[in-house]
Design a binder for this molecule. Sequence first.
Ligand SMILES: [Zn+2]
Length: 534
Amino acid sequence: MSDLDLLLTGGLVIDGTAGPGAARHADVGVHAGRLTLLPPGSRAGAREVRDVTGLAVAPGFIDVHTHSDGVTLIGGETGRDLAGASVLQGVTVEICGNCGSSLFPALPERLAAMRAETRVSFGGDVGMYEGFTEFAAAHAAVPRANHLASLVGHGTLRSGVMGPVDRPATAAELETMCALLDRALTAGAAGLSTGLIYTPGTYAGTDEVTALAAVAARHGKPYVTHLRDEMSRVEEALEEAVEIARGSGAALHVSHHKTAGKYAWGRTERTLPRIAALRAGGMDVTCDVYPYTAGSTALAAMLPPWASEGGVTALTVRLADPGQRDLMRRAIAEGVPGWENTVGNGGWDRISVACAPRHSETEGHTIAELAAARGQDPLDVAADLLVAEQGEVTIISHSMIEDDVRRVLAAPYSMIGSDGVPKPGGRPHPRWAGTFPRVLGRYVRELGLLDLPTAVHKMTGMAAERFGLAGRGVIADGAHADLVVFDPGTVADGATFADPLLPPAGVHSVLVAGETVVRDGAGTGVRPGAVLAV
Ligand SMILES: [Zn+2]
């Protein structure tokens, strides 16, 4: 064999598989972007030899749940810093297009309107694309450090065919949606995602989603869902997902599984046994989780779905009308059938402002605090802020309890997804920069909830198998040379709610396609990443 490009010698290889022997001492060679496993102390010839004695060598982490679709397309230093936060954790593949929202597909005549909406929600003009191929081409023009795979977001698909309307799809519209989805999956998209608490996902019934999931099933790709309710009605929402999977034949993946809000705390003691029973019965169902008791979403999602019908402009018009505000206040107090009512399940004192670009003085404060300081009703504070920010305010919702998070992390079919929403400005949720080191530091080393090979498997091999990333997620001869080298004794998240992009400790180097993108914990500026066609 010709000389290696790089030899990592002396490390503890954790190979990403679930089996016994997943952790063992071995040398790892890299040649032409592929891996070779060698016996320890191999002294194989290599252009560069890196002594990693005392460190773990694992497959690069696969972040199965991101909203990073456009972060590298924002460009400039801000975009690069935001994108870099994921890579510094050891993430070599991000899976975007989650929760029903992707940057494709859409009918040509809908592209301009949708592009205007994404400019708002991504904090920059990241475009909107007719299909997966155009999306991949836009990314190819902007070098990135790690790889990106994308699901097809149902909300984008629906809006891209029908517009942001609150009614069922006609037969013809559904047929067009199925055709666009089929084309995107053929071109390389990784599956279908829904966000059934978000508009326009809320406007879709179970039948519509089942018909679309059947297209994913024909491609052998999963149905990935942010359930219609993760709070008081989470069990009913899980059953809807099961019905969609059964009706379509698609594998089911439940995104960021949680049972949030005071009425649902502890409910993972019922949802997880239900999932385990489905698996025992032969159903292919998995989930992902992030290691925090707080979530993050749009402030607009705290309002009843009808408030957003017609898009952001229509929302801000309604919010300017005191009568409409009263209707929203009443909907939150009384609930609306079929709507996950976050504030009704928790309260405005659990909702803090993460990003409000033109009103940074509100960031880090709860809506209840802002209301008390101003002597206003909380809904009016939220409404004023949404109007002033043209609908785009991100919040952090302290809605979960630790026991539920631990139970989901420990479930044998859960994988790790940051649910990171990288956008310029503000104080985003620290999960975008801290998720993977936090699992390894807090939940593996400090709490002993998971052993190291199991945790690595959840971050690598299990994820690659679920999302069809062939030749990734494992350290094996011929596998893609995406690697992370970390210190199991010191690895820890650095990001906090106050300072959410602080880098982790203990992540030494990261390789993507055989090239070193992180060395000694710092980015090298090398950008070998690509959009992966699955
Ligand atoms: Zn989601």
